[in-house]
Design a protein around this ligand. Structure first.
Ligand SMILES: C=CC1=C(C)c2cc3[nH]c(cc4nc(cc5[nH]c(cc1n2)c(C)c5CCC(=O)O)C(CCC(=O)O)=C4C)c(C)c3C=C
Ligand SMILES: [Fe+2]
Ligand SMILES: [Fe+2]
Length: 338
């Protein structure tokens, strides 16, 4: 191999500001991605531009304003920190660039910077522990859309997932242990971002159609690309590392959008059921995210906390994400070098 290696770290993306026009622009780009709303182009355009963007943008802008810090959106702040931390950890044989799948900095700007430096080896690390077509798949598609137009297509390695990497599991477990040692929690929930159930079935090329039930209870050669099965495996590994007892934890799925059936159980149902059963103290992990963002801080940390308390719960705690922790950077170094 001649020259340096480019490392493109890619997260989902966030609006440029919490203003309604910027949130609308972000939602439009994000939801017009055919891997996110996987409808034919015309119905998708109508749904996004005539319904979701106009009605959701003001509501989303309001919650983005709560999340925003003086330095911007947490997702981007942690991404920028990770870019510097990983560059320092890898040294000058590598060039690390942050990109966002939607909005800025774009994947195209990162790849063009590598092209200008003459780098012919690129490693793409999507910041999604579990593979989903809407996230990791979309990052690949965007990278390929760009480089396939180039005269010289560089050698590119893609990281598909890291939901079961021992350092991912131990890094998240360490974040939670601090809380488990400080407080006597009765139940732990593992809340992952949901996806439409249909997208799981559509991704099943093995003929071993996922029944969205106990078939996701283990990873086999036939279901290893099933997002739901990967989430359950992350839970199992975390449960083992944390030493949790059977019956004291639940895996669930949050952030449902629209009328379709999404993968279940839904976090809001689990939260209500736990509170109604008399569970008073819950610790909540969100291990589909490596950085705190709208979906962790506000949805899990505040909305589900309110729901829990409205139904009789007393103490709810979100486990912070990997953010700018040393353990996350050590894992990233391993992912690059492996
Ligand atoms: C685990 C990663 C994610 C998956 C899988 C995912 C699927 C998915 N998301 C939507 C719709 C929305 N997601 C929104 C925010 C958002 N989603 C992820 C990650 C995954 N999404 C992150 C990290 C964020 C937060 C970004 C931030 O700026 O903090 C939003 C926008 C917020 C809102 O208006 O509620 C939408 C909309 C779909 C439809 C989908 C699967 C098909
Ligand atoms: Fe999302
Ligand atoms: Fe399954």
């Amino acid at each position: 191999m001649v020259g340096k290696t480019g490392v493109l770290i890619v997260n989902l993306g966030t609006p440029d500001s919490p203003s309604v026009p910027d949130v609308r622009k972000y939602l439009r780009e994000f939801l017009m991605d055919g891997r996110v709303i996987d409808y034919p182009a015309i119905p998708r355009w109508m749904l996004v531009n005539l319904i979701i963007a106009p009605f959701r943008s003001p509501k989303s802008a309001k919650i983005y304003k709560e999340l925003w810090t003086e330095n911007g959106s947490p997702l981007k702040i942690y991404g920028e920190a990770n870019e510097k931390q990983l560059q320092a950890a890898l040294g000058d044989e590598y060039v690390v660039k942050l990109a966002m799948r939607y909005q800025s900095p774009s994947i195209e700007s990162g790849l063009k910077a590598f092209q200008k430096m003459g780098l012919n080896n690129i490693i793409v690390i999507p910041f999604f522990p579990q593979y989903a077509s809407a996230t990791t798949g979309s990052v690949y598609e965007e990278v390929m859309r760009i480089v396939t137009k180039w005269q010289v297509i560089p050698e590119i390695k893609f990281l598909n997932y890291f939901y079961n990497h021992p350092k991912f599991v131990s890094a998240f477990a360490e974040m939670g242990k601090k809380h488990l040692e400080a407080h006597d929690y009765e139940h732990v929930i593992f809340s992952y971002h949901g996806i439409p159930a249909r997208q799981i079935r559509k991704g099943d090329c093995t003929g071993n159609t996922c029944k969205l039930g106990s078939c996701c209870d283990s990873i086999t050669a036939m279901n290893q690309h099933c997002y739901r099965a990967e989430c359950f495996e992350t839970t199992r590994l975390l449960v083992k590392e944390l030493g949790l007892k059977e019956g004291t934890y639940t895996t669930c799925f949050q952030s449902r959008l629209g009328r379709e059936t999404w993968i279940q159980p839904y976090t809001e149902d689990v939260v209500k059921d736990l509170a109604k059963k008399g569970i008073k103290k819950v610790l909540a992990f969100s291990p589909a995210f490596v950085a705190d963002c709208l979906e962790t801080t506000l949805e899990v940390g505040e909305e589900y906390k309110e729901l829990f308390e409205e139904n009789g719960g007393e103490h709810w705690q979100l486990v912070e994400s990997l953010n700018d922790s040393d353990a996350w950077i050590e894992l990233l170094v391993d992912l690059v070098k492996e």
